[in-house]
Design a protein around this ligand. Structure first.
Ligand code: ADP
Length: 462
């Protein structure tokens, strides 16, 4: 099959979240399965010629290669994309995001014709690429080149929909008849993700449970009704992990490599982590790690409320994250109060993240909602036992054989399950078996790519 993937961020070129990991890894897995794939993304300031091998294609298009021969095409427009942030700066979201990404979507569709790549499937990611599905069914519908292209939209997090003021609609170049409840209108505003959901041939999200959850009022962020209507073309496919990056047996950031065959070497990483974090070096105290955006979605509301009690347990906490200033403040207070138990790093630090996965006994991820989640999958491979709230992708990947799960989102239940995990840690034999079980779980991209290929085949037949 011929697949064109459009995403606003793609590893290794630009990343703010999990979307970029998917944008970079799924094409590789599809190529490995024998499919022809190209990727389309904006050329941001961070995509520099000095960092990447970039060739010119035409005046406004350049290109790089990932995998064996996957061309990544960059849509250039220095006024729109040559900025420090992808979507925002210190002051907040860029005011012209609708213009920026409608330009990206139209230029992306034009690019297909320009390079004469007519895909069977145009795979779009999130609100930034959603307009391609809208344009494909409208502005480009009469054009021969585009008539057989089928679109698949992946929703990575329905909390982000690309919502803009009504007045901005005129900038999309669409007839006003699409500013309608059956089109892009959403409570008198423009909703780009909604446009993608209405006009894509197939829709998926990044776990089966999240695909069900977003059809409910609690998780749908206002789009649950529409998603329910479209449920015959809505599915969930778990993201995979790039095990070439996340491999404890070959990880260059960690002190001692280890694997499911020799998990006992993990303890050297634990002691190293305790040292780095200025915590007492003691292999008998469980280390609980967190690597996360500091946001309410990630469970920091109940975590913050339970924290004083958690800090009084026999454990150590190592937290790496940035985000909400509110949580920066709260966590700082506790790190000061419990210096022998609590190490806090308020930054984005990939090497330290690797050390935390490798050195922790337990990995905390009590997200209130979690479309798929990568942290728990990485921590499994590193033998850091995930402790999660039963939601979305966490519910689909973690169970009592590889982790700890609580299903009532309250600080009391979080506290209880942490207490249970800390207690379980004391039984060395049982814990050792749990660690091996966790490390042997396989969430590779190959399995996910197979599911995407089946979805593409269905879309192609439609
Ligand atoms: P998100 O909703 O943020 O995309 P995921 O669990 O899907 O959550 O993915 C988060 C990814 O970002 C993981 O690879 C995690 O290790 C990484 N990460 C998050 N915060 C940090 C940080 N402060 N430093 C380094 N890596 C981080």
């Amino acid at each position: 099959m011929k697949i064109a993937m459009a995403a606003s961020e793609v590893v290794p070129f630009a990343k703010t979240g999990g979307l970029a990991d998917v944008g970079g890894a799924l094409p590789l897995a599809l190529e490995y399965c024998g499919h022809e794939v190209i990727v389309i993304m904006p050329k941001y300031k961070c995509v520099t010629d000095s960092k990447f091998k970039i060739a010119r294609v035409s005046k406004d298009i350049s290109c790089s290669v990932i995998g064996k021969n996957i061309k990544v095409y960059f849509i250039e427009n220095s006024a729109y994309f040559n900025r420090d942030g992808l979507y925002m700066d210190k002051k907040g979201d860029y005011k012209d995001n609708l213009e920026r990404f409608s330009f990206f979507c139209r230029a992306g569709l034009d690019l297909l014709k320009e390079i004469d790549f007519c895909p069977d499937i145009l795979h779009l990611h999130d609100w930034q690429a959603s307009l391609m599905a809208v344009y494909l069914k409208n502005l480009y519908a009469g054009r021969d080149f585009y008539k057989n292209i089928k679109s698949v939209l992946t929703i990575h997090n329905i909390g982000y929909q690309g919502i803009f003021a009504r007045e901005e609609f005129a900038k999309l170049g669409l007839d006003w008849k699409f500013f309608d409840i059956n089109g892009l209108e959403f409570y008198n505003k423009v909703n780009l993700l909604k446009g993608g959901i209405v006009f894509s041939d197939f829709i998926n999200t990044v776990s089966p449970t999240y695909a069900r959850e977003i059809q409910t009022k609690e998780f749908g962020f206002g789009l649950e009704g529409l998603l329910k209507e479209r449920k015959s073309v809505l599915s969930g496919i778990l993201n995979g992990v790039d095990y070439s990056v996340w491999d404890p047996d070959a990880d260059e950031f960690i002190l001692q490599n280890f694997s499911a065959g020799c998990p006992e070497f993990k303890v050297l990483n634990k002691e190293n982590l305790q040292k780095i974090c200025a915590l007492p070096v003691n292999k008998n105290i469980p280390v609980l790690g967190i690597v996360s955006r500091l946001a309410e979605q990630k469970g920091f509301d109940i975590f913050a409320r339970a924290l004083d009690k958690i800090c009084r347990m026999d454990l150590q906490l190592v937290i790496l994250g940035t985000g909400d200033q509110k949580y920066h403040r709260i966590l700082k207070t506790f790190a000061k109060k419990y210096p022998q138990k609590f190490s806090l790093s308020l930054k984005f630090d990939d090497p330290l993240a690797h050390k935390i996965y490798a050195g922790s006994d337990i990995f905390l991820m009590p997200s209130r909602y979690e479309p798929c989640g990568l942290g728990q999958l990485i921590s499994l491979r590193y033998g850091a036992i995930p402790l999660v709230f039963k939601t979305g992708g966490l519910a689909d990947t973690i169970n009592k054989n590889n982790g700890f799960v609580f299903d009532d989102y309250t600080e009391e239940e979080l506290q209880k399950i942490i207490q249970k995990a800390v207690l379980a840690f004391k039984n060395k034999d049982k814990w050792g078996r749990l660690v091996v079980n966790a490390m042997e779980c396989n969430f590779s991209w190959k399995a996910s790519a197979d599911k995407y290929i089946r979805l593409y085949a269905k879309a192609k037949e439609k």
